[in-house]
Design a binder for this molecule. Structure first.
Ligand code: AMP
Ligand code: MG
Length: 501
């Protein structure tokens, strides 16, 4: 129920004598435990950030998987008898690897980061879109791999590795690119990388009806694939993206949640949808300044310094922290705008629209917008149907005239959902979460009130994000110990505000 058994890991790999006979199991939570890989000659020690789970191993191959796979039935059929009855996703990945090897990672549609060892080789892999960030440090003291950069903060700068990029801040670690598997032989230092997914650059031409049907079918399947039979929560703004997800859950007892502040809310739009589809609906209203003051939590979770992206993620983090109970499975409508060009609602020319879609699809990597830590820091598991691999393939590849059509943005999605949603929802213009909740404007006012000049606001926001990142990622300070107001005061006092780039 809820999330997968492992939502994050930190693993150190050193070469050594195999300890035959030891079953590789991860038995503790949040602390270092030894994992011995019997056949590989590699010693592991790791800790799961959440629940304990067995680490499957067979024929000298060992798999650690954080996250989950979707479309499991199709995968089991492809793998064949060795996957019959396999329900555990790590076991399924192991079966896939034993049949296909590392290129088998190209078969997986999931939300995961994985480490696989075989013989003297360690492979670190992200899902197609890198929705579970994965970091590596490869240095004199061996190879360390973790789903949070803060877990790898000790040690010198990592050597560069193919398929990885440097990350902001002073942690010295490297991030495995989205849709990439990096193979390292720790004993020799040899390393290579393969791509497991690339955003499509071609565009499919389809009649309206066929395009609408295809979008409906693929999204319906993605939502279904993300339900586990247990309770589900949808974070609902009442916009077309999240309303479609809520409508497609089609199970009883779905809970929908809306967040508002004193600076703004979308409560009416969300309630219209909740009433229409019959969910158990709740509204949470928080003080907008209190919301903005939780910025350290968003930085700690996303491990980024991009203030624009932090403005999207901050209200979500605040909402996840507010939710009563723990262990929820949360579905969101996040990400639909990227392949559909929804943020570019004023872009009327189709050549411009397709250009921004292509650019956005080639630059999302490293923004960590879908990091599971955003929800996991409040004990919840989040998943994003629009970034299902099949959905993303279809949405990205549709020709832009199906995305902007008859004067509408995201036309093909709106049409696909017409029968399941109220007309007011189908035709509702886009409102970003940072706008609806007032996050952007209130953070700005707080800076202006503190004496920051209007022209310096973007630089001051970035300076705050960097200062917080240094503490919550670079030094792994708990976000509760980092005061927004203190950081703001330091940033203003620092002469560097004048030179922040
Ligand atoms: P947006 O920036 O509007 O595209 O929001 C991204 C996703 O965050 C939506 O699809 C919803 O799942 C969720 N969301 C946005 N605004 C709210 C809100 N006010 N309350 C609850 N969930 C929201
Ligand atoms: Mg919205």
């Amino acid at each position: 129920m809820g999330g997968p058994p492992i939502t994050g890991f930190s693993i150190r790999i050193t070469t050594g004598e195999p300890q035959a006979g030891d079953a590789p199991t991860l038995t503790a939570t949040g602390q270092a435990v030894a994992i011995n890989v019997p056949a590989g000659g590699l010693h592991w020690s790791g800790w799961a950030l959440t629940a304990s789970a067995p680490i499957p191993s067979a024929d000298g191959v060992t798999v650690v998987l954080a996250g989950e796979l979707y479309h499991r039935d199709a995968l089991r059929v492809a793998i064949g008898p060795s996957a019959d009855g396999v329900n555990d996703d790590a076991e399924l990945l192991l079966a896939c690897w034993l049949r296909y090897g590392a290129p088998g990672l190209r078969l997986l549609d999931g939300r995961f980061a994985a480490v696989v060892t075989e013989g003297d080789t360690v492979v670190a892999a992200t899902d197609h879109a890198g929705t579970v960030p994965l970091y590596v440090r490869h240095g004199q003291d061996g190879l360390a791999i973790a789903t949070e950069a803060k877990a790898l903060r000790h040690g010198g700068p990592s050597e560069p590795l193919p398929g990885t990029e440097s990350v902001p801040g002073n942690t010295g670690v490297r991030r495995v690119r989205a849709g990439t598997a990096v193979a390292v032989v720790p004993s020799s230092g040899k390393a290579s990388a393969i791509r497991t997914w690339l955003p499509p650059e071609h565009r499919i031409v389809l009649p309206e009806e066929e395009a609408v049907r295809r979008v409906y079918t693929v999204l319906d399947e993605a939502v279904r694939s993300r339900l586990d039979g247990g309770p589900v929560t949808v974070v609902l703004s009442g916009g077309i993206d999240s309303s479609s997800v809520a409508a497609l859950t089609r199970q009883s007892g779905v809970e929908t949640i809306s967040l508002g502040t004193d600076a703004g809310d979308e409560f009416e739009a969300a309630r219209t949808v909740a009433d229409h589809i019959g969910t158990r609906h709740s509204e949470f209203r928080v003080g907008s300044e209190d919301l903005v003051r939780q910025l350290p939590w968003a930085v700690a979770a996303a491990e980024i310094i991009d203030a624009d992206v932090l403005e999207y993620l901050l209200p979500l983090v605040v909402m996840y922290r507010l939710l009563p109970g723990a262990g929820r499975r949360i579905l969101t409508g996040y990400g639909a705008d990227i392949p559909l060009g929804g943020m570019h609602r004023a872009t009327r020319r189709l050549d411009s629209l397709d250009t921004v879609i292509s650019d956005d699809m080639n630059t999302f990597d490293g923004l960590n917008e879908m990091s599971p830590v955003l929800g996991c820091l409040a004990g919840h598991w989040t998943t994003h149907p629009y970034w299902d691999r099949s959905v993303l393939d279809v949405l990205t590849a549709l020709e832009p005239g199906l995305k902007r059509r008859h004067g509408r943005d995201k036309w093909v999605l709106r049409e696909a959902m017409r029968d399941l949603l109220p007309e007011a929802t189908v035709s509702r213009p886009k409102l970003g979460i940072h706008e609806g909740s007032g996050t952007t404007s209130v953070w700005t006012s707080m800076l202006l009130d503190a004496g920051v000049a209007a022209a310096d606001v973007p630089r001051a926001k970035r300076a705050m994000a960097i200062a917080i990142h240094d503490r919550v990622v670079g030094q792994a300070e708990p976000p509760a110990d980092v005061s927004f107001d203190d950081v703001l005061r330091d940033v203003i006092a620092s002469p560097s505000l004048a030179v922040v780039k």
